[in-house]
Write a protein that binds this ligand. Structure first.
Ligand SMILES: [Zn+2]
Ligand SMILES: [Zn+2]
Length: 142
């Protein structure tokens, strides 16, 4: 067993005499063949593997960033967020409207209450007259 230079796992089963093998089967196919064969020879790839890896990780991260679709806790509108923001439960509009004014002033528990109140208030508004109309978002309160 030898260590794959890409995934760092001891997964290379070829005998050590086959010295040019520096990737495991999986990485060879899913990384080198799929992405880099047209750009690098195996030897070039091996020489530059640290740089390629760094760039590859950035691309993978970017790919993940656009993939999360969530529903806003308060207004139940769908919104997208990045993996880095996956803890988010509110759309940007609700966040700005309900949370931003309290940021730094309220504790996490108080903030949770504020969000719950906001949801209740919003539901109350909707149950009296069902406007399903964007203009409701702008003008109420204050
Ligand atoms: Zn590997
Ligand atoms: Zn919202």
């Amino acid at each position: 067993m030898r260590t794959c230079q890409w995934c760092q796992l001891d997964t290379i089963k070829e005998p050590t005499s086959v010295s040019w093998v520096f990737l495991c089967n999986k990485c060879y196919h899913t990384i080198y063949v799929d992405y880099y064969r047209s750009i690098f020879t195996p030897e070039e790839f091996r020489k530059n593997i640290d740089v390629v890896k760094a760039i590859h990780e950035i691309h993978e991260k970017k790919k993940n960033e656009i993939e999360l679709n969530k529903e806003c806790y308060i207004c139940t509108k769908g919104f997208t967020c990045t993996t880095e923001n996956k803890y988010k439960t509110l759309c940007n509009d609700c966040y700005k409207k309900y949370c931003l004014p309290f940021r730094g002033k309220a504790t996490a528990a108080e903030m949770a209450d504020i969000i719950k109140q906001a949801k209740k208030m919003r539901e109350a508004t909707f149950s009296t007259n069902l406007p399903n109309d964007e203009s409701v978002d702008t003008g109420n309160q204050e």
